[in-house]
Design a protein around this ligand. Structure first.
Ligand code: SF4
Length: 301
């Protein structure tokens, strides 16, 4: 591992994904239980909306692996059904209803794709370094348009992304930064593709906007590394990594280990985030993180 100097002392680069950095910002206690405590505390049961999000991502990934003549909208639905993840649903009936709605969602989305123009990569690992970060993560899709790379991130959550959300997303900016450096090709455009509605939100980064995101990520990394050092030196866990209770606690995988989180919101059923999707059509709470990591049930998407 490369080293750098901070405060005159040699330090390791902070190895992270965008999801890890977001986790520390959201709640240091959850960060500790996810990334520091070993063995990690047991998580709650799997979430249905996570199953839905991963199933859809996998289907669209596999669709591009098909030979071109088989890249039809109907094939996207078949792939969704074939790879459907059953975890977290109330019962078989709810799971089957959600599966069929997700199949229709993938079919609609695939109908808008050109099977003859495959992306540069799907589920692509990207990685790079700064003076502080050893950054890595997985991009849902990397397109190549007019000689430049475009980061595409799929969303399956209930709420369509708002204008400006692609620009402010730290994860998308870090992926663009890493992809450009790793593949030595300009990558400034980032896009959120909301599968339930087909809404696409686009942003074009500049040198300055990417630099701002990198500076912020480095600042979070320095804080997380300092907390980890203080904890290792004997500082109490809740001082080094204080809880940050809020509305998202009901979706936290570690709520059962967190009295503050239990007080902050009610316990939810594993299918709560996808109930509307299964029963009313086309909406879930989300639940698939960037970077290929689970963020717990929290609807960060
Ligand atoms: S329940 Fe809330 S406060 Fe507790 S660890 Fe999870 S996010 Fe943090």
């Amino acid at each position: 591992m490369a080293q750098l100097l901070l405060d005159g002392m040699p330090r390791r680069l902070f190895s992270c994904t965008p999801t890890r950095l977001a986790s520390f910002e959201d709640c240091p206690r959850r960060y500790r239980m996810t990334y520091i405590d070993r063995p990690a505390p047991p998580k709650g049961p799997p979430w249905a909306h996570t199953s839905l999000g991963v199933s859809a991502h996998n289907a669209l990934h596999r669709w591009w692996d098909e030979p071109e003549p088989r890249r039809t909208p109907a094939r996207a639905a078949e792939l969704l059904r074939a790879g459907w993840i059953q975890d977290g649903w109330r019962d078989d009936e709810q799971s089957a209803a959600a599966r069929e709605r997700a199949a229709a969602m993938c079919e609609r989305y695939a109908a808008g794709l050109d099977p003859a123009r495959p992306p540069r990569a799907v589920e692509r690992q990207v990685a790079t370094r700064t003076e502080i970060l050893a950054l890595h993560g997985r991009v849902d899709r990397l397109d190549e348009r007019d000689g430049e790379l475009v980061v595409v991130d799929y969303k399956t959550g209930r709420r369509p992304p708002e204008e400006g959300e692609a620009r402010t997303s730290p994860a998308l900016a870090l992926y663009a930064f890493a992809a450009e450096r790793m593949l030595r090709q300009r990558c400034r455009q980032v896009e959120l593709h909301h599968l339930p509605t087909g809404r696409v939100v686009v942003a074009e980064h500049t040198d300055e906007s990417l630099a701002r995101h990198i500076r912020r990520a480095e600042s979070v990394a320095v804080d997380a590394a300092a907390a980890t050092e203080r904890f290792a030196a004997g500082q109490p866990a809740d001082v080094a990594f204080p809880p940050r209770p809020g509305p998202l606690c009901s979706w936290c995988d570690f709520r059962r280990h967190c009295p503050e989180g239990q007080a902050a919101g009610p316990e939810l059923t594993p299918w709560a985030g996808a109930e509307r999707f299964a029963d009313a059509g086309g909406e879930s709470t989300g639940g698939r993180s960037t970077g290929g990591e689970s963020t717990g049930g929290q609807p960060l998407d």
